[in-house]
Each structure stands twice: as C-alpha cells, then as structure tokens.
Design a protein around this ligand. Structure first.
Ligand code: 5GP
Ligand code: ZN
Length: 132
C-alpha cells in the first residue's frame, strides 16, 4: 500500500468507485473518464508502480482476473470484443503509478444492445456489468 496513491485509496475504500469485481487479490472498477462504455480498470491490491516492475505472481493474477472480466463482458453482458491496454511509464501515457490493465469493451456496428446506455452514467453501466 502507498499512502499517496489514488488507486490504493480506492482499494482502501477512502475514495469511492463503481466496483465491477473484487476478490482477495484484485479489484476492478469503472474508469472515471467514461470515454468508452464500460471502460474498466483492473488493479492488484498490492501496490506496484508499473507493469515492468511487477512480479510474475501479481501479473498472473492480474491477467487471469482481466480475462475473467473480459469473458463476462462478452458472454454475459453482450459486448462483441474487448481491447486490453497497459500503459507503462509516463511517456506511454501512464498517469496513475499503480499497475493497472484497461479493459475497453467493443461492439460491432450492428449491435444495438447498448444504444440506450450513456457511457457517463457510471451507475447504470456498473449495474449492467457488475460481476460480484
Ligand atoms: P493510465 O493513463 O495511467 O494508463 O490510466 C489511468 C486511468 O485512471 C485513466 O484512464 C483515468 O481516467 C483513471 N482515473 C484517474 N483517477 C481516477 C479515479 O479517481 N477513479 C477512477 N475510477 N479512475 C481514475
Ligand atoms: Zn497504489
């Protein structure tokens, strides 16, 4: 844990989030930017600064949790695909120095399932996507 880290504060419950999934090792929540419908961040509850500094145990857990949520979004929620993004280092666009994977759900043009959802209505999106 890192006292100043915004994601550690979310993990400790000091800052609220729209929680999608939680277990003893990981937390997943909606990205506050709401730039795409269902944009989700997956973090380890153990603080590490970035992808390349993270040990294989934590990485395995993050990958498996990310896959679990991606499968849920495609199998149960109606998305057609997902993009997984990891920014490593400021020059790549990493702005929060707590290792995290982005899940960016995607739909085919003809998929109308989400046309009544606003991407910035995070409560409604969370109700739709929440896994546990
Ligand atoms: P990065 O740019 O480091 O790869 O991604 C960090 C992400 O964290 C950004 O997409 C940003 O919108 C998101 N973010 C920053 N602060 C908060 C916050 O307080 N709550 C949530 N849910 N997301 C945040
Ligand atoms: Zn942290």
């Amino acid at each position: 844990m890192n006292n100043e880290c915004i994601f550690c504060k979310i993990i400790r419950g000091e800052i609220p989030c729209y929680k999608i999934y939680e277990d003893e090792k990981c937390l997943a929540f909606l990205d506050i930017s709401a730039d795409c419908l269902g944009h989700t961040l997956v973090v380890s509850k153990t603080h590490t600064n970035n992808f390349v500094e993270t040990g294989s145990d934590i990485l395995n857990t993050l990958f498996c949790t990310t896959q679990k949520i991606a499968k849920h979004y495609i199998t149960n929620c109606g998305f057609d695909g997902v993009q997984i993004v990891i920014n490593n280092g400021e020059s790549s666009g990493q702005s929060v120095m707590h290792t995290h994977f982005h899940i960016l759900p995607s739909v085919k043009k003809e998929n109308k399932k989400f046309e009544n959802y606003k991407k910035d209505d995070l409560q409604a999106v969370c109700n739709l996507l929440r896994l546990n």
